[in-house]
Write a protein that binds this ligand. Structure first.
Ligand SMILES: C[S@@+](CC[C@H](N)C(=O)[O-])C[C@H]1O[C@@H](n2cnc3c(N)ncnc32)[C@H](O)[C@@H]1O
Length: 272
């Protein structure tokens, strides 16, 4: 057994915030459902700062090995720090695009991806690679946020855009680019996978101030740039001002503005 870890040490405080709040409910659904057995060879695709890569390595433990694949250099440095602090010795990291994973054909039991593969630029190439490395009977387990994500916000955007009498096409395409369970089944089964299981959950993000929604770190990192692209430059300021005013009206009436996040876990098998 490894020694206990002293929570008073700076390096332990540094890693205590181990999963981003955005990723955690998706990761929980994945960790509650991912098939488990001893002596597994696992690949976690798109692990960011180490999630769920590190959690998988710790839960599967000795005898199992987890390979992490990601191309985000600075996040990988942070993941490596956590792995070192926790003295984990069953992880290998490949800093590269998951379209090419340096592992042999049919050698992996489990491929996981939390908020990953389904949003990748070249999802099909990564799916083919996951299929190649999986053993027959091996499982691919993913989570994603399907259509319905932030629908309350997009309905406000729709009202504002219609009021400005500009095209709603970009917003409609943006909403439609998110997957559904059926689309994922269609895409993955086209590449040899057999659909075996789906589980759903839901989360919310609430705001007590409309401006705060657009200034929130998560939304500035992951979403706001894509919203800005929905509106022609000359209308942008007015669009955000009007959206904030409408959201604030809801907050004044209801006390807060709630944004829904549907959570989808899906499992596929490489046919034996
Ligand atoms: C939304 S983040 C999720 C990170 C982590 N799994 C979590 O739950 O917090 C998506 C991750 O996929 C990585 N990624 C995107 N495209 C990739 C690709 N083609 N190959 C490998 N990683 C990729 C990104 O660098 C990022 O770390």
């Amino acid at each position: 057994m490894k020694k206990t870890l002293n929570w008073q040490l700076q390096e332990i405080a540094n890693i205590y915030d181990e999963a981003p709040l955005w990723s955690a409910p998706f990761g929980k659904l994945l960790l509650d459902n991912i098939p488990m057995k001893p002596n597994c060879q696992i690949v976690d695709i798109g692990f960011g700062t180490g999630f769920p890569l590190i959690e998988l390595a710790q839960r599967f433990g000795k005898g199992s090995h987890v390979y992490g694949v990601d191309l985000w250099h600075t996040a990988i440095q942070r993941a490596k720090q956590k792995i070192q602090t926790l003295q984990i010795d069953n992880i290998s990291i490949f800093e590269q695009n998951a379209e090419n994973i340096p592992l042999k054909d049919s050698t992996i039991d489990l491929v996981s991806s939390n908020l990953g593969i389904n949003n990748f630029e070249n999802k099909i190439a990564v799916l083919k690679e996951a299929y190649r490395i999986l053993k027959p009977g091996g499982k691919l387990c993913i989570t994603t946020n399907p259509i319905g994500t932030f629908h309350e916000l997009f309905s406000i955007f729709q009202t504002v855009i219609e009021g400005m009498q500009i095209s709603t096409k970009a917003l409609e395409n943006y909403i439609a680019h998110r997957s559904t369970k059926e689309i994922i089944i269609h895409d993955f089964t086209q590449h040899g996978f057999q659909y075996t299981k789906a589980e759903t959950d839901a989360a919310i993000i609430r705001f007590a101030n409309a401006q705060a929604l657009f200034d929130h770190g998560l939304l500035r990192i992951g979403f706001r740039e894509s919203w800005e692209k929905l509106i022609p430059n000359e209308y942008k300021n007015s669009f955000f001002e009007q959206s904030i005013a409408l959201i604030q009206r809801t907050i004044d009436e209801a006390g807060c503005f709630v944004m829904s996040i549907p959570i989808l876990y899906m499992e596929f098998e490489k046919k034996a």
